[in-house]
Design a protein. Structure first.
Length: 124
């Protein structure tokens, strides 16, 4: 997807955790590409991508693009970003959606801290 530079729908390094339980996270998106919406929803190898951001390239079906990928083993994967809200979830957890526990901005697993980005929470 063209919404993020690395081909990802949502740059998880720019999400500050608000709440998370296991493999479902909600946070504040701090990227400079915040205006607009982007997302990717997948079930096994079938994916649907959406990108409504200024300056982004068009996807095959105007603003959304169906796709088939065989690069991971997630049964379900969701990455959504709407303005400054970001939601990620996966079953099972993976590198982009790691297992975390955060309550009201306080991360307690795998490392303790307040208002932590996902990347920082995963550093050991």
């Amino acid at each position: 997807m063209v919404c993020c530079g690395d081909g990802d729908a949502v740059d998880e390094d720019k999400i500050i955790l608000c709440c998370a339980i296991c493999c479902a996270h909600c946070g504040i998106y701090t990227g400079c590409d915040c205006p607009g919406c982007s997302g990717k929803i997948g079930l096994c190898c079938l994916n649907c991508e959406v990108c409504l951001k200024p300056g982004s390239e068009c996807l095959p079906c105007i603003c959304c693009g169906p796709d088939c990928e065989f690069d991971g083993c997630a049964l379900v994967k969701i990455q959504l970003q709407a303005f400054c809200l970001a939601i990620t979830a996966a079953l099972p957890c993976d590198e982009e959606v790691p297992p975390l526990v955060t309550i009201a901005g306080l991360t307690v697993y795998p490392k303790c801290g307040c208002c932590m980005p996902i990347k920082e929470a995963m550093q050991r």
